[in-house]
Ligand binder design. Structure first.
Ligand code: PXP
Length: 390
């Protein structure tokens, strides 16, 4: 299958995610049994589509979509779908849906034309085409909803506060339950070699009490590996760990220590524990993670969150979006986290390649002012609303 998408227009202040459209078009081809065919999608402006509309259909003014089938073509080429992104944008606003959802709708409509459906052939055919279009859109949305980002909460900092006093309160185990009651889809804890926050008692009790998913962050260290194998969390995330660091500072250099990490992954796999590798958003690290059999990668969002200028943040965002696409297309599951807060999370959660966000500090810090329940609910709303943007 080959789907090409060319964007020959610009909408002010709107980013058109070409990879997203390609993924959705590929899904539509598979669903319609023409996965072995090629398709071309062209996004243009109103002036250009008006010209095509006049030239090929003798109709004046812009339209939203035109299909040009390659009839009787001897190869498996379906033809071209040409869309006015400007008209699609106006329609999306009127329908109160996202531009990408409107573009997907128009691609679906155009594809059905290329496959021989034509609503202009009479009422019966128009109804049948409409039905099919609705069915495809709703199935596509369901398949996407599996991909909507979930919120996992790191409760390490609750333990940091407890340990500062050397007593039993606040308890990260109780905090984890509150996070789950407020809608967290998972709990993350980092069992460090120096036990500076989460300790062995915490992970034992959390394993017993977590109702959602327990993600154990850890260094690939012999003693911690043994604990993880005994504990059997729902997944582990391997991170680089240095004693002198305040928090996990960079991603794992998977490419530089493939052998060691592959061994740890194999041990976990044998015990039925999926492994995620915490990496910087770089193609080399994504590829290496895939090569050594990771189930997930967690993309480090720290540089994006810490950016001090708009242009730097944009650059870092692109690295994350592109690495997430690369990982997703290789078949890796994709999580992201580190440094995300109530301002920076939305754009990351809007990437439909990302399954789960791991957020700790911002939520626990806000909980001091508004309470843990509300802090979790506010972040959950941001994550949920963001998945409606694309
Ligand atoms: N993901 C990983 C791998 C981490 O090490 C951390 C920090 O413990 C987080 C996510 C959460 O980062 P933050 O506390 O900045 O939200």
């Amino acid at each position: 299958m080959s789907v090409q998408c060319t964007i020959n227009c610009e909408l002010p202040a709107v980013y058109i995610n070409k990879r997203l459209l390609l993924r959705r078009a590929a899904w539509l081809l598979r669903k319609n049994g023409v996965a072995d065919h090629s398709l071309s999608i062209l996004l243009i402006n109103d002036d250009e589509i008006s010209w095509l509309n006049q030239h090929y259909r003798n109709k004046q003014g812009p339209t939203n979509v035109l299909s040009f089938p390659l009839e009787d073509y001897p190869f498996k080429e379906l033809g071209d779908i040409v869309i006015s992104a400007e008209t699609a944008y106006v329609e999306a606003q009127k329908l109160n849906i996202s531009l990408h959802d409107r573009l997907t709708w128009l691609i679906t409509h155009g594809l059905l034309h290329l496959l021989g459906h034509d609503h202009e052939q009479g009422e019966k055919e128009a109804l049948a085409m409409w039905d099919l279009e609705q069915k495809l859109i709703s199935q596509l949305q369901q398949s996407r909803s599996i991909q909507m980002a979930q919120l996992a909460i790191n409760v390490d900092h609750v333990a940091t506060v407890r340990n500062a006093r050397g007593i039993t309160e606040p308890d990260p185990v109780a905090a984890a339950s509150i996070c789950e009651l407020a809608g967290a889809a998972g709990i993350v804890v980092h069992l460090r070699e120096d036990r500076r926050h989460i300790n062995d008692r915490d992970v034992r009790l959390l394993r017993e009490t977590i109702k959602t998913r327990m993600n154990l962050e850890m260094g690939a260290n012999k003693k911690i590996i043994e604990i993880a194998l005994g504990l059997k969390p729902d997944m582990v995330t391997l991170v680089p760990e240095k004693r002198e660091e305040l928090t996990t500072e960079g991603g794992l250099d998977v490419a530089g220590q493939k052998k060691k990490l592959a061994k740890t992954i194999a041990k976990m796999r044998k015990a039925g524990i999926p492994v995620s590798l915490f990496i910087d958003p770089e193609e080399k690290q994504v590829r290496a993670s895939y090569d050594i059999g990771a189930t997930y990668v967690e993309l480090h969002t720290g540089r994006y969150c810490d950016a001090t200028s708009e242009s730097e943040r944009e650059k870092e965002y692109k690295f994350i979006a592109e690495s997430a696409d690369e990982a997703y297309e290789m078949g890796l599951r994709v999580n992201a986290g580190h440094g995300l807060d109530y301002q920076t999370t939305s754009r990351i959660a809007a990437l439909d390649t990302i399954e789960e966000l791991s957020i700790g500090h911002a939520i626990i810090a806000r909980a001091i002012y508004v309470g843990l329940d509300q802090a979790v609910r506010e972040m959950k709303k941001i994550v949920h609303d963001a998945s409606m943007i694309v």
